[in-house]
Write a protein that binds this ligand. Structure first.
Ligand SMILES: Cc1ncc(COP(=O)(O)O)c(C=O)c1O
Length: 470
């Protein structure tokens, strides 16, 4: 199937909807009719309709076909999905970008994307360390960086920190990156080919689905419980046939969107199972430093004796979102990844790594982190109280063990895509549950960013959400 053709057909139909040529409730041609009309394969026509569905333009009605969706209809029931996991092509980028756009609007209450308030970070200390790094070695600014692997002092201090938290890593195993997102991109380029299938948790962070989409990969969603983590039985079943799955892209420490922590026994079992089956775990540890109880959990990488798995992280959530410094422990793919890093961005700016290394090494980061963790714990707990007080009966919440997001599950008849539209009209951004999976199973859920101190505006926003939902 031509991956670009289905999106171009989908966009073409979406345009007809946006321009009013197709109206809410209009029935679209059957899949077979679409194939005939546009000379498409069945797979391409189906993918185009799936894409339109995910973009929120159309809906499938059982045994009736596809219809243009009423965008401002009242909150409607959404059927829970009981589907067996199936690998899916992904079409999420446009929706994700819209979420980012909404949050940029002036005056919006920022409960949508997962970003902490800028005021929570030590701007003055970071500025001082950047100055000092430049004073100590002005050539950090003027010398052409020729080492794609990263700045040695940064890698040494990072390896020491990971070892102290139970994951013994040699500094040479680390590659410095532009954020966790680049690390994941490099890992996927190293271990997959377009068309391959990657396991992800459901729900998972929509940015990971977007990255898979960019690489032409399919996602196979594994149900993940906010309390116990991904279903090992489902992973076992999905990986039984050799060669079907190339990698598992997981967020074991303080997952986004639930904030849950994968139990250590599950991490160990996953490492054993996927190592034995030759499947690479790409572990996203971007929230690993942010436990609410102060304990830094180990990486799955701890149980990796063969260098088969890859861990990725960054300081963008915990220290300096604007520096965009990240890292990866590249395992046996290190050389390949160094080559890919060199070819794409040459190197992560050494001056940024030098400044971070000094801050990490002198105890400043640990002092900042203990304040930040406590702040996130309080903010998340307060947001949970507010949701409990304002949302309809039957609403359930995740119990985040770290990080700063809260997952809210409304009763199944609610539709948070519509709630998000209405909330936005009232100046409140949220992340609707449908972003966190490919098959609509979380359409009654939403994620709240708890990264901002709870102000009267945020309290009022939760009240508004509760009223809109009721
Ligand atoms: C689970 C997860 N992984 C990766 C990222 C991206 O991290 P970075 O900003 O370091 O690229 C995010 C950002 O929200 C995230 O939530």
């Amino acid at each position: 199937m031509d991956d670009f053709l289905y999106r171009s057909i989908g966009s073409n139909i979406a345009q007809a909807i946006v321009e009013g040529a197709l109206k809410a409730g209009d029935r679209l041609p059957s899949v077979r009719a679409l194939c005939r009309e546009r000379n498409l394969s069945l797979a391409t026509a189906l993918a185009a309709y799936r894409w339109l569905e995910m973009e929120g333009h159309i809906e499938a009605r059982p045994r009736s076909g596809y219809f243009v969706r009423a965008r401002a209809a009242p909150l409607t029931p959404s059927a829970p999905s009981h589907r067996k996991p199936q690998a899916c092509l992904i079409g999420v980028t446009a929706r994700n970008m819209r979420l980012f756009e909404t949050q940029r609007q002036p005056g919006i209450v920022p409960l949508g994307i997962a970003t902490p308030a800028a005021t929570l970070f030590p701007a003055e200390a970071l500025r001082r360390h950047l100055n000092q790094a430049a004073l100590r070695d002005p050539e950090l600014l003027t010398r052409y960086p020729t080492d794609a692997r990263g700045f040695p002092a940064f890698k040494t201090v990072l390896a020491r920190r990971l070892a102290a938290a139970g994951t013994a890593i040699a500094p040479e195993e680390i590659v410095a990156t532009a954020g966790c997102a680049e690390a994941i991109n490099l890992a996927l380029r190293a271990v997959t080919q377009p068309g391959d299938t990657v396991l992800v948790e459901a729900p998972t962070y929509y940015g990971l689905l977007q990255i898979l989409e960019t690489h032409g990969l399919k996602a196979l969603e594994i149900p993940s419980d906010p309390f116990t983590g991904p279903s090992l039985a489902a992973i076992e079943a999905a990986t039984r046939r050799p060669g079907q799955i190339q990698a598992a892209l997981l967020v074991p420490n303080f997952a986004n969107p639930t904030g849950s922590l994968m139990p250590e026994t599950t991490k160990a079992e996953l490492a054993a199972l996927l190592s034995a089956r030759g499947i690479v775990i790409i572990e996203d540890d971007v929230y690993g430093d942010m436990s609410h109880n102060g304990e830094r959990p180990p990486l799955i990488k701890r149980w990796d004796t063969e260098g088969q798995h890859i861990a990725c992280g960054s300081f963008n959530k915990s220290l300096a979102p604007g520096l965009r410094v990240g890292w990866m422990v590249a395992g046996r793919y290190r050389q390949k990844i160094e080559g890919l890093k060199f070819e794409s961005t040459n190197a992560t700016p050494p001056i940024l790594q030098a400044a971070l290394a000094a801050y990490l090494d002198n105890g400043g980061f640990d002092r900042h982190l203990s304040r930040l963790r406590e702040q996130f714990r309080r903010q998340t707990a307060r947001m949970a109280q507010l949701v409990t007080a304002n949302f309809p009966a039957g609403t359930r919440l995740s119990d985040p063990k770290g990080g700063f997001v809260l997952w809210v599950e409304l009763p199944p008849e609610y539709n948070t895509d519509l709630l998000a539209e209405r909330a936005l009209a009232q100046g409140v951004a949220i992340a609707p549950g449908s972003l966190f999976s490919l098959d609509g199973r979380f359409r009654h859920c939403l994620r709240l960013n708890c990264g901002h101190p709870v102000s009267p505006a945020i309290e009022a926003a939760i009240e508004t959400l509760g009223q809109l939902a009721r």
